[in-house]
Design a binder for this molecule. Structure first.
Ligand SMILES: NC(=O)c1ccc[n+]([C@@H]2O[C@H](COP(=O)([O-])OP(=O)(O)OC[C@H]3O[C@@H](n4cnc5c(N)ncnc54)[C@H](O)[C@@H]3O)[C@@H](O)[C@H]2O)c1
Length: 443
């Protein structure tokens, strides 16, 4: 779906109108293209903690240039600050000292990453570490020209396990992820470095539900690009579109209504017979049946809860009980910012999507015991058929009320899921990352 306002704001006339009226001016986001440099400019690294070596090794791995001196007018591809050593609130001043002189120099679609230690216990170190969230969330709102800021808490001993996350956040793959807090290693985790970072999912089998269109089709494409064999699943009524997605990604189509009584067993049988086990399961299928609660028919409540939550739990249990999820496997839920902020007319939907967050919290320790992990994305306004159906004014507000002042693309959600699925992301477990351009809703 095209964003006409963004096109207008970039035209000659539009530029003048936008400047005069102080309207939002959404920067076209830099998105991943094979072969392009990961970063569009050099990197400045600051702070002093236990992450510095990992940061340098990642920068080397992505062929980024680290600079030590700041030259006048230089535009940075990224600013990375290792705050893991900040053990005392007074030392938060180090953030100011590092960022204040250079924050104006963050380039278009540049990246700011702050690395911290998961705040725990009652010590002053935990207080200082918790404070980092406020810094990053505010900086995300101050950055312009499509630049983003993130906070990554890395548990001790999991420094190297942060590599896949740093690669993702520094790259254009995280274009619409802004002001997020990611936790690494809090549930432990097994990390396997891929032989080829461009095809980290080679040899893996992924199931994507609701894959015939929209975000699900993009997930199928990105996982296949990264090397996975994709089983694209959708309801029989979507059979034709489903086959075309499956063909496009050289995968397989599986027609199945996930809410049907036999669906979990049918999926288990399918996976056992064709692949023995499965590596990645993405619960993307979802529906809306919007009405204010007072006007909502019970069928609308039941259908949304069944597709968006209960069927996913039944499938997870069947996969785990049947030992079909391979060691090192991944389950990914698709929540929504409506599940975090709530939304008028969406009590059923928001209940189900908050339930997906509950699912992540409940299963994370269970999966950790199997060397596996579960996480969720919470998309904000994504340009799909679902959002094209939203009335124009609400749609326009949904797009602009975010730091990046635009809607995201299905590929933005898909790239985030591919990062979770990466074998090197084994210590990323129990996270819910919003893909919302720092939407102001529920932030
Ligand atoms: N588009 C957005 O802005 C947005 C925002 C937040 C969250 N999400 C979530 O992202 C996911 C994908 O959204 P989308 O915009 O691509 O929606 P979509 O309606 O285009 O696609 C959803 C797919 O799920 C399939 N599906 C529905 N019921 C099913 C069932 N019982 N069994 C199997 N498949 C079933 C549909 O046939 C469809 O192909 C959903 O979970 C949605 O709630 C979307």
């Amino acid at each position: 779906m095209t964003d006409r306002y963004q096109q207008f704001a970039r035209s000659n006339l539009g530029r003048q109108v936008v400047r005069r009226l102080g309207l939002p001016d959404p920067t076209p986001l830099r998105r991943y293209l094979p072969g392009q440099p990961t970063l569009d400019g050099p990197v400045l690294v600051g702070g002093g903690g236990r992450m510095v070596d990992t940061v340098r090794s990642v920068l080397k791995g992505i062929s980024a240039t680290e600079v030590t001196d700041v030259t006048e007018g230089e535009r940075f591809g990224a600013l990375v600050f290792d705050a893991t050593g900040i053990d005392e609130p007074a030392r938060l001043r180090e953030l100011y000292d590092f960022f204040h002189p250079v924050v104006r120099n963050v380039g278009t679609c540049g990246r700011v990453i702050v690395l911290g230690a998961p705040p725990a216990g009652r010590g002053r170190d935990g207080i200082a570490q918790r404070a980092l969230e406020g810094f990053v969330r505010s900086l995300g709102k101050e950055l312009t020209r499509g630049a983003t800021a993130q906070l990554v808490y890395v548990a001790p001993e999991f420094e190297v396990a942060a590599e896949s996350t740093l690669r993702f956040l520094l790259s254009a793959k995280s274009a619409f992820v802004d002001a997020q807090v990611i936790r690494i290693g809090v549930h432990g985790g097994e990390v396997v470095e891929p032989e080829d970072w461009d095809r980290p999912l080679a040899g893996r089998v992924a199931v994507v539900t609701g894959a015939s269109r929209g975000i699900g089709a993009a997930i199928a494409e990105v996982l296949a690009r990264d090397g996975a064999h994709v089983v694209a699943l959708d309801i029989p009524a979507q059979g034709e579109e489903l086959s075309s997605v499956a063909n496009r990604v050289s995968g397989a189509a599986l027609q199945l209504d996930i809410t049907s009584a036999g669906a979990p067993a049918a999926l288990v049988t399918y996976l056992r017979e064709r692949h023995t086990k499965v590596d990645i399961v993405v619960h993307n299928a979802g529906i809306t049946r919007d009405k204010r609660l007072a006007n909502m028919k019970e069928a609308a409540w039941d259908a949304v809860l069944a597709v968006n939550l209960s069927s996913q739990l039944a499938i997870n249990d069947a996969l785990l009980d049947g030992d079909v999820l391979r060691r090192g496997g991944r389950i990914v839920g698709v929540s929504s910012i409506a599940g975090i902020a709530g939304n008028n007319g969406q009590t059923n939907y928001a209940t189900s999507k908050a339930g997906v967050i509950g699912m992540v919290n409940a299963y994370a320790p269970v999966l950790a015991e199997r060397g596996a992990a579960i996480n969720a994305v919470a998309p904000g306004f994504i340009e799909t058929k679902m959002t094209a159906a939203v009335p124009l004014l609400i749609r326009e507000v949904g797009r602009r009320l975010s730091s990046l002042a635009q809607g995201g693309q299905p590929v933005d959600v898909a790239e985030t899921i591919a990062w979770y699925a990466n074998p090197a992301s084994g210590a990323v477990n129990g996270n819910v990352v919003r893909v919302c351009g720092q939407s102001f809703l529920g932030a």
